[in-house]
Design a protein around this ligand. Structure first.
Ligand code: CTP
Ligand code: MG
Length: 229
């Protein structure tokens, strides 16, 4: 049996509705380059990642403006939801992938990922039977809303984590999980639905997901201070 490889899959087929701009947020300029380019460069320049696949929508008008990178392939097979984009990407790379290769799925909207975080995730998960993800333990006191703008109760925080990416699972198991799962917003949810428990590996605040317009400013600040971790 061959040694499992580490393959990156970057879903980048969203429209960025909450960002409110006409151009999808993954192409927003950040420290002089499109956000997606930062993410692609992080994976392309990692010695642990054997290949990077980027999933964009079939009618993407911007990806061709990005420079080509070593060991990086664009797949124009995005779907209606993130789950569909990842599933379509996995199906598209099936002939180039072994069942037990590790697939690292990473949001195009998390430009703050560093080699240190990527290396940490791989080190903590590569010998795991299930797989795992970067995540952050909750630090704030958590409130449950009554649905009318009032706090109904305080939720016990000690067991709560907020999920980040990359999320790292074996190719065949991930594909099966995503094909079986109903509307999940991350890979770990699909794996959990199969009865498995993905490993939680502590990430960093700098790996947050750029979602709202004000998040771009925060991402700029993080890029200006590369010392932050
Ligand atoms: N994504 C995707 N295919 C979709 C929807 C999302 O590949 N049909 C990708 C996004 O491009 C992003 C990641 O999944 O890299 C996380 O999604 P999110 O932050 O929700 O991005 P958008 O869906 O683009 O934003 P919004 O939900 O505000 O529209
Ligand atoms: Mg979305």
């Amino acid at each position: 049996m061959s040694v499992p490889r580490f393959i990156a899959l970057i879903p980048a087929a969203g429209v960025g509705e909450r960002m409110g701009t006409s151009m999808p947020k993954q192409y927003a300029q950040l420290a002089g380059r499109p956000m997606l380019q930062h993410v692609m460069e992080t994976f392309s320049s990692s010695s642990l990642i054997s290949h990077t696949f980027v999933v964009v929508s079939a009618n993407d008008a911007y990806i061709s403006d990005l420079p080509e990178l070593p060991r990086t392939t664009i797949l124009k097979c995005g779907g209606a939801a993130r789950q569909d984009s990842v599933t379509n990407g996995l199906l598209a790379i099936g002939s180039q992938t072994e069942d037990d290769d590790w697939i690292l799925v990473h949001d195009a909207a998390r430009p703050g990922l560093t080699h240190d975080l990527l290396d940490k995730l791989i080190a903590f998960v590569k010998d795991d039977a299930v797989g795992g993800l970067l995540a952050l333990p909750m630090v704030d006191t958590i409130k449950r809303s009554d649905g009318h703008g009032r706090s109904e109760m305080t939720v016990e925080r000690s067991a709560l984590w907020s999920a980040q990416t990359p999320q790292m699972f074996r190719y065949a198991q991930l594909l099966q999980a995503l094909q079986q799962a109903q509307q999940v917003t991350d890979e770990a949810s699909a794996i959990e639905a199969m009865g498995h428990r993905p490993k939680l590996v502590e990430g960093s605040a700098r790996n947050f997901k750029v979602t709202l317009p004000q998040d771009l400013l925060l991402a700029e600040l993080i890029f200006k201070d590369q010392g932050m971790s």
